[in-house]
Design a protein around this ligand. Structure first.
Ligand code: KG4
Ligand code: ZN
Length: 334
């Protein structure tokens, strides 16, 4: 069975063809160049770029897979969560293809697909599992009884972890996207004279809070009580120490909450997904923790359509297709 997956929920236009769980093509057109100037995603610009390149991205995914649109069996698309205008472009392209080619349409949850990337890579992993989505828009701990059976255990009450990396990178004068820039700078030192608090939420030990950590980094970089537009007050060498201490504090919180959920439940594995799982230090910290952790391969951590096609294929086999009138959703509750 050949499934075409389409992804456009934020700033990557992506398409992929998957055949029975095997990735035949994985095309991603990144918009980093477009948003760098603004230090973050500008929704209107993202939508225009999606419109400009979605057709070519789909055509390339189909030709890289050495197939044709007529031979595709299922069209899968992420219908949320994300930026409404951006989602609509991929969703409408998928609906148009499904209608014209008379193929079933399957709408998938982008966040669920981030978790599915790890399952796709490690089909042997056992359930019930603890899932962690660490991305630009999410920091969530999820109990997974099996595919399609989820319970949200905890989530961020303010900024998402990837968003915090991006904001702290901007404070340090680093380029967008901030996650890779912070990881690179932090790796140039082995310790730090700075210490930052790992966020806690009163009486909700499995929820995340990153705004206190962000403010602590702001004050370390620009002075106590400073505003984010104030000039940087630390020397060049100290920036790496701030990046290091920030990254460790963010991951301390992730590990602490994961361990707590792991110890209070009876899970057989932990699986992670989302752009922040691209971070090698995060992977090392989980390895050192000695937990049975499964990560997606690096080419499936950031937004991509292989995870959409993979989950779409499974979803189609389990519960069939979705209506052509399925709506785009900016939020989807777990
Ligand atoms: O999953 P993703 O591509 O998009 C969303 O669904 O949000 O995640 C993007 C986020 C950005 O905030 C980016 O800074 C972060 O993932 N990220 C990283 C790294 N690579 C990407 N954060 C920390 N370390 C990295 N190496
Ligand atoms: Zn994502």
């Amino acid at each position: 069975m050949l499934t075409l997956g389409i992804e456009s929920t934020c700033d990557e236009t992506a398409a992929s063809v998957v055949c029975d769980g095997k990735i035949l093509s994985n095309v991603v057109s990144s918009q980093i160049d477009l948003h760098t100037l603004y230090g973050g995603v500008v929704p209107e610009l993202a939508c225009r770029r999606h419109i400009d390149c979605i057709t070519q991205v789909i055509q390339k995914a189909v030709s890289d897979a050495k197939t044709t649109l007529q031979d595709i069996d299922v069209i899968a698309v992420a219908h949320g969560p994300g930026l409404i205008g951006a989602i609509l472009i991929g969703l409408n392209a998928a609906k148009a293809l499904a209608y014209a080619l008379k193929k079933p349409l399957v709408c998938v949850n982008h966040v669920e697909a981030h978790l599915y990337a790890a399952i796709m890579e490690h089909p042997q992993l056992q359930f019930p599992a603890l899932g962690l989505v660490l991305s630009g828009g999410h920091s969530s701990l999820i109990e997974i009884q099996g595919l399609g059976s989820y319970k949200l255990l905890g989530q961020t009450v303010d900024d998402a972890i990837g968003e915090t990396f991006d904001k702290v990178a901007t404070l340090l004068g680093l380029s967008y996207p901030g996650g890779p820039a912070i990881e690179k700078l932090a790796s140039t030192v082995t310790g730090s004279s700075f210490t930052f608090p790992k966020g806690q939420v009163k009486n909700r030990p499995l929820d995340f809070s990153f705004s206190g950590l962000k403010t602590a980094a702001l004050y370390a970089i620009k002075g106590q009580g400073a505003d984010k537009h104030a000039p940087i007050r630390i020397a060049e060498e100290q920036k790496a120490e701030v990046a290091y201490a920030f990254q460790e504090a963010a991951f301390d919180a992730v590990l602490e909450k994961t361990r707590l959920a792991w110890e209070t439940g009876s899970y057989k594995s932990i699986l992670l997904g989302g752009g922040v799982t691209n971070n090698r230090r995060l992977r090392q910290r989980f390895e050192q923790a000695g937990l049975p952790t499964y990560f997606p391969p690096f080419h499936m951590t950031l937004d991509n359509a292989a995870m959409i096609a993979g989950l779409g294929e499974k979803q189609y086999l389990l519960r069939g297709s979705d209506s052509l009138s399925t709506k785009a959703q900016t939020r989807i509750a777990f």
